[in-house]
Design a protein around this ligand. Structure first.
Ligand code: GDP
Length: 470
């Protein structure tokens, strides 16, 4: 393992931080971790002697600062190595006032602890080998999860889903690498310990499995970040009415997320536990008498960010040449197109059947065609089904391990490239030395995911995004 220079000195300190949200609550929890965690808390604890207690026990008492009682608390004691960080730890539950929390922290620091940095508890769990890096990252994802799908994927990762998958791949590769390195040791004798045809087979298998993981990223990304949907159509086509209809039913679970990571305000629509981000619709609902034609440029900008385009046409009109032109200018290979004819309450079915035919004749690319009335709430469910079927088909049939993390995706991509080079090294009869080099390369990239091969910068980057106290 690589030595983590800047991390190691910090590891000896005993750290403390508020683990619950900052604000008033029924209780608040302060976490203390490190060699001296228990004795540091004991200095200010009136109750049983915490240093004499068994692991995983909870003790009632008072937290004091000298003669002054600060609060009535419960102290939970966890002895190394059976704690979140694998170090001695105490969790102090106090009456959930931010003021009390602050006072307790001050006293703990006076007693010899220091404030934890962002993510430092989790980083210690990683540094001390209790979890690997992908599991540490999944903890951040779990905390951030806003819906069922992202919760499940993150939990699976925490339970070691990706870790297991990757370690199987690595072990296969490791066996061959050691045989190849053995050959290098005996290079004068011109022997082959590693069966080259078995190796080719293994490489095929590896390529297949890595590719599957890479493919799962599209779904993983959808789960983690939601699916971007653009609603486009001519003025008065019924866009704002549709938006209201979509959001009305879901009012209770709709939220406006003023993005810290996203630069626009988006409306989020949840369908079957997946989040759909309706791009830049903020203005739509207010401008009921919108007259200004939506420019092609503006529409293009919106659609560029989208994975799904819902193109709305007014079924009560006759001429669709502008719509067709607009759609043709927006379409691209990786965009799902749904043409949605609205206001069907105003026309007879044969009319919108005719409309579908017009679009089918003019637009060669695949699209789904649905008919709705946003005003009368007809067939809105059809549109929702279309949206959720898009996510469903992103799910891979192969296993249930899903890559959600850009860093993992990039490491897998690099592993795949290295595996390709291993393949050409074998088939191209390239020198064993080079083959060994490429094999080690592939191993290292796979090891980046679990954190076995990584550097301070990457680690600092990952853990600094955690909240304090985690
Ligand atoms: P936007 O400019 O695309 O946002 O269009 P609006 O949603 O403001 O709708 C324009 C007009 O069409 C309004 O008078 C709506 O009441 C009307 N409208 C929208 N959807 C429907 C529908 O499904 N049926 C009927 N009959 N009228 C609709």
């Amino acid at each position: 393992k690589i030595l983590f220079s800047y991390l190691c000195p910090m590891n000896q300190d005993t750290i403390c931080a508020l683990a619950t949200a900052n604000g008033i609550g029924a209780i608040g929890i302060i976490r203390v971790s490190g060699d001296d965690a228990i004795s540091i808390v004991q200095k200010s604890f009136q109750g049983k002697d915490l240093t004499q207690q068994k692991s995983h026990t909870v003790h009632y008492g008072y937290f004091v600062d000298g003669n002054e009682v600060i609060d009535e608390i419960m102290a939970s004691v966890f002895l190394a190595p059976k704690s979140f960080t694998t170090e001695n730890s105490v969790e102090i539950s106090f009456h959930g006032s931010p003021h009390i929390g602050k006072k307790i922290l001050e006293v703990l620091i006076k007693n010899g602890a220091r404030m934890a940095k962002a993510g430092e508890f989790t980083m210690r769990a990683f540094m001390n080998g209790r979890i690997d890096l992908s599991q540490a990252e999944s903890i951040a994802d779990l905390i951030a999860s806003e819906n069922e799908a992202s919760r499940k994927v993150a939990l699976n990762q925490l339970k070691g889903g990706i870790t297991n998958e990757i370690s199987i791949l690595r072990n296969d590769l490791l066996n061959f690498t050691s045989l190849i390195e053995l050959e290098l040791d005996f290079s004068e004798e011109d022997v082959e310990f590693a069966d080259r045809s078995a190796m080719v087979k293994l490489i095929q298998n590896l390529k297949f499995k890595i590719q599957n993981l890479l493919d799962s990223f599209q779904y993983g990304n959808a789960v983690k970040n939601g699916i971007a949907v653009a609603i486009i159509g001519k003025p008065n086509a019924g866009k704002s009415t549709l938006l209201n209809a979509l959001l009305k039913e879901e009012r209770a679970i709709v939220s406006n997320i003023a993005g810290t990571t996203r630069d626009t305000i988006e409306e989020i629509l949840y369908i079957k536990s997946h989040a759909f981000r309706l791009i830049d619709t903020a203005g739509l609902r207010e401008t009921t008498d919108e007259i200004e034609a939506i420019g092609v440029k503006k529409a293009k900008e919106k659609v560029e960010k989208a994975e799904i385009l819902v193109y709305l046409v007014d079924a009560a009109t006759e001429n669709f040449s502008e719509d067709i032109e607009m759609i043709k200018s927006l379409i691209r290979d990786d965009l799902k197109l749904i043409i949605c004819a609205t206001k069907i309450d105003e026309v007879i079915p044969t009319h919108y059947e005719k409309i579908e035919q017009i679009f089918r004749n003019e637009i060669a690319d695949a699209f789904d065609f649905i008919t709705i009335s946003a005003l009368e709430n007809q067939n809105i469910q059809d549109l929702k089904n279309e949206l959720s079927s898009y996510v469903e088909q992103l799910k891979s049939e192969e296993g249930n391990v899903v890559i959600t993390n850009q860093r993992h995706y990039e490491a897998l991509q690099k592993s795949l490239d290295a595996v390709h080079r291993v393949e050409s090294a074998i088939t191209g009869q390239i020198h064993t030395e080079l083959l060994a080099y490429e094999l080690r390369n592939a191993l290292e990239h796979l090891g980046e995911i679990s954190g076995e091969f990584t550097n301070d910068e990457v680690l600092g980057n990952i853990f600094s995004k955690f909240c304090i106290g985690k």
